[in-house]
Design a protein around this ligand. Sequence first.
Ligand code: MN3
Length: 215
Amino acid sequence: MTFELPDLPYPIDALEPHVSKATMEFHHGKHHATYVKTINELVKGTRYEKSELESIILDSFAKPDEGKIFNNAAQVWNHTFFWNSMQPDGGGEPDGEVAKRLQQSFGGYAEFRKRFSAAATGQFGSGWAWLVLDDGKLAVTSTPNAENPVITGQVPLLACDVWEHAYYLDYQNRRQAFVDAFLDHLVNWKHVEACLRDGDAAGQEPEKKRAAAGR
Ligand code: MN3
């Protein structure tokens, strides 16, 4: 199948002043677009030619000689998820089911915020911070480079891109300032809630989860 660059779920300047139009033009229009173009070229004529993105990610992870396929497939997936993790006038404390689950898993929003912020700023070099559903509980994780929770069988609920290209034009080296803006002004809690509902409904398919994690 041929993968396509998805449109942003909001106008390209909608996240200003927290993420500039210039950052989005490069990040969506160049970085994400290049991952899409590259994965299409890489899978041509291979066993992955007809595969869905998630199965390419699962099958190519940690396979010798398939690092490039994994990296590009995962980065296509990660960026689409990241755009959906944000919205204009988002962030701050959620309510409803998400608030209840943050309470159950972390003791409240403040502790979640502290852990997510620490995961995002503490990820050395390029990578991602995540809120995931893991065995029915919410958890915060971080992953290096293109890796994501799909490969460990966790259900991704929220993603923050902490590669320098995500914030350098707007914040230079101040990753913490970008992460604060993400948490306080950009998080799309409706998207988190929808992913949580799907994850709960799927019950995470424990067999598949163990297989994916190699346990
Ligand atoms: Mn990126």
